[in-house]
Design a protein around this ligand. Sequence first.
Ligand code: UGA
Ligand code: MN
Length: 475
Amino acid sequence: MVYTGRPRHRRTIAVDEEILNSVERSSDSNTRLIAARHLSLLTSMHNMRERLWNVIVTAGNTIRDKAPIFQRTWQSWCNKPALREQQCYLHLAVPSSSPPSYVRMRTTVKHHVAGTVERHYNMRNYKMMWVFMVLAAFLLVLQYHMSGLWVAGGSNVVGNSFGVLDISTDDIIRSAAEKLHLENLISTNIDYKLMADLVLQLGRELVALGCSEMAALSCTGPPLSPLLPPLYIITPTYRRPEQIPELTRMAQTLMHVKNVHWLVIEDAKNQTRMVTELLERTGITFDHLIAPMPDIYKTRKGPKPRGVSNRNRGLQWLRANATKGVFYFADDDNTYDIRLFEEIRTTKRVAMWPVGLCTKTGLSSPVVIDGKFSGFYDGWVAGRKFPVDMAGFAVSVNFFLQRPNAQMPYRPGFEEDGFLKSLAPFTPSEIELKADNCTKILVWHTQTKKNEPSTALNLVKYANTNLIDLKRLIV
Ligand code: UGA
Ligand code: MN
């Protein structure tokens, strides 16, 4: 079929399968974590997960540029031209065999971005593959019931008297993630879409074969699931010796969070390549933006409005791109307990919770009496209506979008107060209390000791050594 008119991407999808005797483990922990996010797409399918015992997703990309024409229609996508080919793999383990066998499905997707495009699906061995898949699934269920006990990857999976395994979601994910194998991962954003495609195809085929229950479970969509409100994390950052370590720490926290979109906004005129590379490695969906502090504030003596241009840029991005979910201003140098993010997710309008290590007072928190908000506790009130820390509140996207003038003022010390006031109509009594009625500390306002930029390297003495490369990694 040939379509003319609105540009769209063409995808040619080919699926085939093969039986493998083993799936290697990836030795690269980052890679495994990235793949674990892909995996969660499939492992969140409760019943199906149990039936298939173990689902191992691998994603690989072979990218070939075939045409010089390129239109940037897929924002989070590539910056190279035209036709691209990708492969991703879904491994389904056949249990109770030692070493375990795996059915490997390979999907090849060709993306073509151009003004005039064609779209067609060419499923090689498609029917056969799905028949095989379903047979394999039934075989698994059969073996499952017959064996009564299956030890997944040597972990603590226990059988009960009915032969039904008592495997927790975490165990399954952990066990499967252990066995992830990722080949030539290039773009995580594309991989999400590939995985979604793959899962969708699985669902369609199962419907065609009458397995509607499994099909429904397989059609859970891409990792930004419609069932879970997305979390937008707005993180200001700027180039300094601590930048990469801070962002590494934070990234590896966010890698544990589902349905998260990270807006990393640099106070800089250009994006820092090291930051982009770090973000790409994480597997977190992200946008890497820039928003330099205006010169009038930068050159001004005294306290500066740190992170304000960045956060306002993040808010601008939300107005243009987000429709639901919750956002949170999370500075790059704080310490976040991953439990915080699930608390945040249920925010209806504005939620607040305690923050540890703020000023001499030691913490900043709403004061709660009998489960009700009764005031604020903060070391620096200064006439603020909302004497809170930046890390101590989150806002619903919807609530924010209904307030077109909401933004953060360039007023050092009054950024939080100014922003929360700009959300009017909104009063402190409407605050949703999180962290068990503000009895837990799930975020800490940590500060890393500032380091001086490193001294210059003696290029003569250390020519042709690893130090040349290492020096490029630090400030
Ligand atoms: C405290 C508040 O928690 C910040 O939200 C507030 O912006 C800041 O005070 C302020 O009022 O100036 P603090 O830990 O003292 O934060 O400040 P930083 O951590 O140095 O900066 C806050 C955020 O802005 C960080 O994410 C940092 O990376 C970023 N930042 C800082 C910039 O983008 N540009 C800068 O020049 C400095
Ligand atoms: Mn800070």
